[in-house]
Design a protein around this ligand. Structure first.
Ligand SMILES: [Zn+2]
Length: 323
């Protein structure tokens, strides 16, 4: 009998309100408007109600640097969740940074996150899936266990066009954001996790899983978007994707966002450009709950760190050299 566990990991990019306004080019982000005081207790209660499910929270360094957020971030750790690094400045053009800028940003985020949570992150996700060989190299040199920034989908350019439909960005600002959510050719990237090797250091890459073969998104915000048309259709889509993952031996890693838990009743009017922001929070969380139950039926749900360690021990884990 095959007793090997089949895992799936869950992570949540803790993009604060200011992160979205900044990338969207909306005024007022500099004052760092936040919804974390509403969001954090809500998501903690939600995860606890799902058999005390533990996930990975990717934290933005700038938010960890604010004293007012420390009790909130500490409550995530106290509840047993993993803390990852989601960059300091949350700039989706991080892949354009020089090496010095990359090191500055990552170290600043690590220091702030460690001071706020007393946890040193071992995982990273680039803002807006921004990733470059230089970033991977710095992560490997700094002893990170895993990166989770690749998003193998053909739909990145479409998502970006949608995001900027209502923006007032200048052409220069748009140019900096031209790879937000990735390029069309990112669809050619692998869905399967692998190990990068570079000059004696290495890093496990865990892509944000997309629909096997078709490479269309299956992260929870996308499932919520589909639920605008039909909740049954959205959950059937998600279930089919996970079944295909299982059939093809792919252990998925699924992504969550704060806006999966915040709704029209939370008065976040400036964020109404997001597709599912017309729904009430309870309705959204109902869909999220069902989606996570579908996942739990198929897989053992773990944090990204547990998932990375499990891959690291697998004898047949693929290795890729870093250019
Ligand atoms: Zn983000």
């Amino acid at each position: 009998m095959n007793t090997q566990r089949t895992m799936a990991s869950l992570s949540l990019d803790m993009d604060d309100k200011w992160c979205y306004l900044k990338i969207h080019g909306d005024p007022g982000w500099e004052a760092l408007p936040t919804y974390l005081p509403t969001f954090v207790p809500r998501v903690l209660g939600f995860l606890q109600s799902l058999n005390d499910l533990h996930i990975t929270f990717m934290i933005v360094g700038q938010d960890a640097d604010r004293e007012q957020n420390h009790p909130l971030l500490q409550s995530l750790v106290a509840a047993g969740h993993e803390i990852g690094n989601h960059s300091y400045n949350h700039e989706s053009w991080m892949h354009l940074y020089h090496e010095d800028q990359i090191v500055d940003d990552l170290v600043k985020a690590e220091v702030a996150i460690e001071r706020a949570t007393r946890q040193r992150p071992v995982g990273f996700r680039g803002p807006g899936f921004s990733i470059s060989y230089n970033i991977m190299q710095v992560l490997a040199q700094r002893g990170y266990l895993y990166d989770a920034s690749t998003f193998p989908t053909y739909l990145g350019p479409l998502a970006r066009a949608y995001y900027f439909m209502t923006t007032t960005l200048t052409p220069e600002e748009k140019a900096m954001r031209r790879e937000l959510f990735g390029k069309f050719k990112d669809g050619l990237r692998t869905n399967a996790p692998y190990r990068w090797r570079y000059n004696g250091s290495d890093l496990i890459e865990i892509p944000v899983t997309t629909f096997p073969i078709f490479k269309v998104p299956i992260h929870i915000s996308y499932v919520l978007y589909l639920s605008l048309f039909s909740k049954t259709l959205a959950l059937t889509y998600f279930r089919t994707a996970l079944k295909l993952c299982k059939l093809s031996g792919l252990e998925p890693s699924i992504l969550l966002h704060p806006l999966d838990f915040l709704g029209v009743d939370d008065n976040q009017n400036e964020l109404s450009f997001f597709p599912a922001m017309g729904l009430k929070a309870d309705r959204k969380m109902g869909v999220v709950r069902e989606a996570l139950r579908i996942m739990a039926d198929e897989f053992d749900l773990v944090t990204m760190q547990e998932h990375a360690l499990h891959f690291a021990q697998a004898s047949t884990f693929p290795i890729l050299g870093l250019r």
